[in-house]
Write a protein that binds this ligand. Structure first.
Ligand SMILES: N[C@@H](CCC(=O)N[C@@H](CS)C(=O)NCC(=O)O)C(=O)O
Length: 291
């Protein structure tokens, strides 16, 4: 690795060496599939291909919420995509998400399957399909969508910026950590001020905006992301803490956080979810290790 203070970028960047860092093995500058691999299809109307990262959890929380409301059409199979193994570059996955990132959904409830990728688009698709968790009046709907898109634009600074340089980069670069810590603290303050006057992100109702924002910023506030609770003084964001604690009380949120999870306490891991009863019978503490 070049000394950061002496580094001069090349005139034309080419991919001639591993980039280093935790995801060096899977990072590449070209799109498309690397190998043939069909995706499995289960019996439910909705087929989710995902992993229990914050972006994946947004969708599994939404599905669990819809099922808890009694929407039988929200029954789903959640298949595991192991991104560390490069499964997002399999041909079947690339067919449903040309961007090779989890989560991706195939809605098979109609005459022909509909693919949906990008977690925000999936939340919107489900909210509109079931008429739930998205206000219908113009003003609250606009507020909800504004926060949903805020999340989509802001979280890359948290994950790809702060998280990457604080936790994953092979060298600790003061400039990068300062820049992104500043931005992430600003984002937490944006949320804290909003939640000082509102029970939920979009106002008085729980919506897809909460489901999008909680897995990233709620987890960060609880100190679960990047081991960064102390460095970012997350306890200072009192309203974010109140909101995160409130959402964590929801059994649907607790279930959603377990789906496609492959790390942490074995009892919190449900590698794949095909039936509601899987939460009681197929968690990591109840089944023999897969490998
Ligand atoms: N904007 C996308 C981001 C999805 C994303 O970054 N997914 C990560 C896991 S959290 C991924 O699949 N990474 C695999 C890779 O980059 O190769 C969304 O919200 O769905």
């Amino acid at each position: 690795m070049t000394d950061v203070s002496n580094y001069v970028p090349p005139k034309v960047w080419v991919w001639n060496k591993p980039s280093g860092g935790q995801f060096a093995k899977i990072n590449r500058p070209i799109a498309g599939s690397t190998h043939e691999r069909e995706l499995p299809v289960g019996r439910h109307p909705l087929q989710l291909y995902s992993l229990g990262t914050p972006n994946g959890v947004k969708v599994t929380v939404m599905l669990e919420e819809l099922l808890a409301l009694g929407h039988r059409g929200a029954e789903y199979d959640a298949w595991l995509i192991e991104i560390d193994e490069g499964q997002q570059f399999g041909s079947g996955f690339v067919d449903i998400n040309p961007n090779s990132k989890i989560p991706a959904l195939v809605d098979r409830s109609g005459p022909s399957p509909i693919r949906v990728f990008e977690s925000g688009a999936i939340l919107l698709h489900l909210a509109e399909k079931f008429g739930a968790f998205l206000p219908t009046d113009a003003a609250p709907r606009a507020e909800c969508l504004s926060w949903l898109f805020w999340q989509m634009g802001s979280a890359p600074y948290l994950g790809g910026g702060f998280g990457h340089f604080y936790a994953y980069a092979p060298t600790k670069i003061e400039y990068a950590i300062d820049r992104y810590a500043m931005e992430v603290k600003r984002q937490l303050d944006v949320l804290d001020r909003r939640l000082a006057d509102n029970a939920y992100i979009a106002g008085s109702d729980y919506t897809i905006a909460d489901m999008a924002i909680f897995p990233w910023y709620g987890s960060l506030a609880k100190g679960w992301q990047y081991g960064a609770g102390e460095v970012l003084s997350v306890q200072d964001y009192k309203h974010v803490q109140r909101w995160a604690d409130m959402l964590l009380e929801r059994p649907t949120v607790r279930r959603g956080r377990m789906v496609n999870r492959t790390w942490g306490d074995p009892s919190s891991q449900l590698r794949e979810r095909h039936e509601a009863s899987d939460f009681d019978t197929k968690t990591g503490d109840k089944i023999a290790p897969a490998r």
